[in-house]
Design a protein around this ligand. Structure first.
Ligand SMILES: Cc1ncc(COP(=O)(O)O)c(C=O)c1O
Length: 389
């Protein structure tokens, strides 16, 4: 492996989630974020003393807070963002022989949930904003199509008016992958509240994050809610009766405590990311080798990741990493070209926008612990790289 390949490979190892001290400007901020962990420990001590471990008070409180935050009628805490997607698909009746239309530019879990539900993922190319191209969805609809699964990539809401219009015309469910998009808005309405359900992740590096795995979904449909509450808890109607055999994906009470603690700061976290992204935009906009994606005015983008396109991306990434800047690539291989997708018959060239985006995107740290001086430093290093030719 060359040095460049080693640096890039490092990106995909679990070590990326550990504070190694190797990067001065990191994507990982967990130690700083939980510097007040003693407060959380006290709340956990109460949980232990009460023995309220499964679907207890803390989960109820969490779901109430999420309803308030999103204006949704129902919120359901589950084991992860992946489970939020899987259970939503199942509750929407998606199963064997069905097709689900989605984007090839996403994290594996989106596709994993579709496949685990028994359905076939059908990909549609993306736009320059990295989200599914709403104008291409209709052509991908077939007789077996059951649902559309848009992903609000990097916290930028998809064009929901157009997506909902197509879904309505064809009687399809819309399940939103909102894992990056807590508090994002489309025409002043929260991401995740447009479809039959909106699915969120609280993985440690999400904008709202817990001490392990956790997720939740929101819906306005009572029927959907009732199904989801069953599906996350063995399909149990009560202690002795099971309505539908399912499995266990309850949001852990302990994780709900962590989430409730952090929800106090979620507006601050969101505003901080938006302000830092705006500063990056200002500083990078006039570098000809960098392309900032469109910043539409009718959305509120919450920057789970700050992503630009860069010429000579791989070289730039190594240059930055060597200078203590944790530049990453989310993600270099589109879903349709993954080994796991080989059975679906897709080929390179099928989704040219997505493929070009995968070859050129670079993510820069944008969380609330990055100082504006650090952002200026990162921008100056990018400028320096291109000036050096
Ligand atoms: C777009 C997207 N969808 C789904 C998931 C799955 O979430 P989780 O890791 O909580 O299962 C993730 C993230 O990790 C994601 O980035």
């Amino acid at each position: 492996m060359t040095k460049e390949e080693q640096q890039i490979a490092h990106n995909y190892l679990p070590e990326q989630y550990r504070q190694t001290g190797a990067h001065a400007i990191n994507h990982n901020y967990l130690r700083a974020q939980f510097s007040d962990y003693q407060e959380i420990f006290q709340k956990i001590e109460a949980l232990v003393l009460e023995g309220d471990f499964t679907l207890g008070k803390s989960v109820d409180e969490f779901e109430a807070r999420i309803r308030e935050l999103t204006g949704s009628r129902f919120a359901v805490g589950v084991g992860s963002g992946t489970d939020a997607l899987l259970l939503s698909l199942k509750a929407a009746g998606v199963g064997k022989g069905d097709e689900v239309i989605t984007t090839p530019f996403t994290f594996f879990a989106t596709i994993g949930a579709i496949v685990t539900a028994g359905a076939r993922p059908v990909f549609v190319d993306i736009c320059e904003d990295y989200n599914i191209d709403p104008n291409r969805i209709e052509k991908a609809i077939a007789t077996n199509t059951k649902a559309i699964l848009p992903v609000h990539w990097s916290g930028l809401p998809c064009e929901m008016d157009q997506i909902l219009a197509v879904a309505d015309r064809h009687g399809l469910s819309v399940i939103e992958d909102s894992c990056h998009a807590i508090l994002a808005e489309y025409n002043s309405k929260p991401a995740g509240t447009f479809g039959l359900s909106g699915c969120f992740s609280m993985h440690p590096l999400k904008n709202l994050n817990v001490w392990g795995d956790g997720g939740y979904l929101v819906t306005d449909s009572e029927e959907m809610h009732n199904q989801l509450v069953l599906l996350r808890n063995h399909g149990l109607l009560n202690r002795d009766e099971c309505a539908v055999f399912s499995y266990n994906s309850r949001l852990d009470s302990l994780q709900a405590i962590v989430a409730n603690h952090l929800l106090e700061k979620i507006h601050y976290i969101t505003e901080s990311r938006i302000a830092r992204a705006a500063r990056f935009d200002e500083l990078l906009r006039d570098i000809p080798q960098i392309t900032i994606p469109p910043r539409p005015r009718h959305v509120r983008q919450v920057y789970h990741i700050y992503v630009v396109r860069a010429e000579r991306r791989n070289e730039l990434q190594v240059y930055l990493v060597e200078r203590g800047i944790d530049a990453k690539v989310h993600y270099p291989i589109p879903m349709h070209l993954q080994p796991a997708a080989s059975g679906y018959g897709y080929r390179r060239g099928d989704f040219p926008v997505c493929e070009a985006v995968c070859d050129s995107v670079l993510s820069l740290p944008v969380h609330e612990f990055i100082a504006f001086e650090q952002i200026e430093h990162v921008a100056s290093k990018i400028r320096e790289f291109y000036a050096a030719g």
